[in-house]
Design a protein around this ligand. Structure first.
Ligand code: ADP
Ligand code: 5GP
Length: 187
């Protein structure tokens, strides 16, 4: 059975955004699931394209209205998948790509056991992950420390994933991710 939901998970800095951008540029029928978050907008990020940036109050209202398919508190902020996003894209017959944390990935599999494919993008080492987080220059030293701490926990969940890609040499990672999606996507 072809898959419609491609779920990318990785420790922060592992390479999900880089892989997701490549897949979106490669497969015209793939749409990005734009999550809601309460974290600050980074330079270059666009509301409605990268995330829906909400205040904590707005996010709480959306939770109470039952608008979220899943959500987690990560690094002190809320992040969640909007039911409306998933419904809108699936109804159009297109496939979706998700960039979510490990718990979010497992929640999506519970909601769509037959339609989802879970891909874990693993850094080659914790040292490499730390270097990439630092060179991205988007987080404070405190945020980087939080992300590295959580990464150790997230790495323990790799066995739950359908595909694990070690993101060492970027071109190889992108080729492999593309190959996996090509094998499963409905064309
Ligand atoms: P995530 O979305 O999982 O937080 P990103 O895709 O933003 O991760 O990647 C984190 C940083 O590491 C970015 O600056 C990105 O350009 C860089 N990066 C990603 N993959 C590699 C790689 N294989 N080799 C070197 N740098 C990489
Ligand atoms: P960042 O702040 O680096 O964009 O994301 C931090 C973490 O939140 C990443 O692991 C990312 O995958 C995760 N994340 C982003 N959107 C969602 C979502 O909708 N649900 C869940 N569970 N995690 C998300």
């Amino acid at each position: 059975m072809p898959k419609q939901l491609f779920v990318l998970s990785a420790p922060s800095g592992g390479g999900k955004t880089t892989v997701a951008r490549h897949l979106l540029a490669t497969f015209p029928n793939l749409r990005f699931s734009v999550s809601a978050t309460t974290r600050m907008q980074r330079p270059g990020e666009i509301h409605g394209k990268d995330y829906f940036f909400l205040s904590k109050d707005e996010f709480s209202i959306r939770i109470n209205q039952g608008d979220l398919l899943e959500y987690e508190v990560i690094f002190g902020n809320y992040y969640g998948t909007l039911r409306s996003e998933v419904r809108r894209i699936l109804e159009s017959g297109e496939s979706m790509i998700f960039d979510v944390d490990v718990k979010g990935a497992l929640s999506l599999r519970r909601a769509f056991p037959d339609e989802s494919l879970l891909m874990f993008i693993a850094p080659p080492s914790m040292d490499a992950l730390e270097k990439r987080l630092r060179s991205r220059q988007t987080e404070s030293a405190e945020q980087i420390a939080l992300r590295l701490e959580r990464a150790a926990m997230e790495m323990q969940s790799v066995d739950f994933f359908d595909e694990v890609i070690i993101n060492d040499i970027l071109t190889q990672t992108l080729d492999r991710a593309e190959e996996v999606v090509r094998m499963h996507i409905d064309t």
